[in-house]
Design a protein around this ligand. Structure first.
Ligand SMILES: *Cc1c(COP(=O)(O)O)cnc(C)c1O
Length: 331
């Protein structure tokens, strides 16, 4: 019952704005890293632009998702904290919720598919999350999440379509622009749109002339199609190495913000992602997961339009196990 009331309350909230991003920045400050902004002369020479990489691969638990998760959980009231949080995810959102819950001293239940990678399950358990396994071919994870929420009075925090999650994700772009000054363009990895919509809120407030671009995997271009046709397009789970962006559609809240504040949505192929992983590893000495390369891959392709411009690139995460990293780069 408590969970349903929370849902109704969430559904009636106005969409987030920059004030919520600013509030999120204060809320997460004691727990989140202020990640470095790196530059690369080689990348600048290659593109003809001045590139600023906001390196969320160095964020706690290895991706920006910690920002949104911590902001959402830190906003719980006392009763919500006592009962705890439930999330469904096999990836970075699960780890982010588990870690944020541990730091805030509340229980976390994570619904994961039975065939989730062992390393992800171990990492989530390591952060103290209780894992509930489901059969991804036979059961509906949202239904399981909702049932757990109702039975145990837990609050369900979705991976992107939630005002506090969006506001939290926007703090990375806020830090970037505050640190380097106004940008002409900002490239953001796109799955369900939490990072892109939050980034757009920050850019619109802090650098109104900055064009914000979303970049999704070529095999799953629902975001681009939704953006172009003005309605949320649903697709089958796309086959791509960008496992953080294997979403089937944008969210309702994220789509409205993206429609209003984003300039365009592009795609990048798996081959381009591998080429950018190789660049980050060899030139900048950092490990970036395939999904984290989307923004840079598109910026490289847009070279002609970006000459002499100041361009932000959000590097969204670095969670890829080394065997897979080596296999992807070895080919
Ligand atoms: C979740 C995730 C994304 C996509 O974020 P959305 O808010 O779903 O658009 C991009 N990169 C990484 C590393 C992620 O974990």
């Amino acid at each position: 019952m408590a969970a349903q009331i929370t849902h109704v309350k969430d559904a009636m909230r106005p969409p987030p704005g920059f004030a919520d991003v600013a509030k999120a920045a204060e809320r997460i400050a004691p727990a989140a890293h202020r990640t470095p902004v790196l530059t690369s002369r080689t990348a600048d020479e290659e593109t003809g632009a001045r590139l600023f990489f906001k390196c969320e691969n160095f964020q706690r638990m290895g991706a920006f998702k910690f920002r949104g998760a911590y902001n959402a959980l830190a906003s719980f009231d006392a009763a919500q904290r006592r009962a705890g949080v439930v999330a469904f995810s096999s990836g970075n959102h699960a780890q982010a919720i588990a870690l944020a819950a541990r730091l805030l001293g509340m229980p976390a239940t994570i619904v994961m598919p039975h065939d989730a990678p062992a390393s992800k399950v171990a990492a989530t358990r390591g952060y103290g999350g209780e894992i509930v396994v489901y059969d991804r071919y036979a059961e509906d994870r949202e239904a399981i999440g909702r049932r757990l929420a109702e039975e145990r009075g837990l609050t369900l925090i979705p991976p992107y379509d939630h005002p506090d999650v969006i506001a939290g994700q926007g703090t990375a772009a806020k830090e970037l622009i505050e640190e380097v000054g106004p940008l002409d363009a900002l490239f953001v990895c796109l799955g369900g749109g939490g990072l892109l919509s939050g980034s757009a809120l920050a850019a619109r407030a802090l650098a109104p002339a900055c064009k914000v671009y979303g970049v999704e995997p070529e095999a799953g271009d629902d975001g681009r199609r939704s953006f172009r046709c003005g309605q949320i397009v649903h697709i089958e789970t796309p086959k791509t190495i960008a496992d953080g962006a294997q979403t089937q559609s944008l969210g309702k809240i994220t789509f409205e913000i993206i429609r209003r504040d984003v300039e365009d949505v592009f795609t990048a192929s798996d081959a381009e992602l591998i080429e950018s992983m190789r660049f980050f590893a060899s030139r900048m000495k950092m490990i970036v997961e395939p999904t984290g390369c989307l923004g840079f891959a598109a910026a490289r392709r847009m070279k002609a339009e970006l000459q002499e411009q100041r361009v932000g690139v959000i590097v969204s995460g670095g969670n890829v196990d080394l065997a897979r990293f080596a296999a992807l780069l070895g080919g």
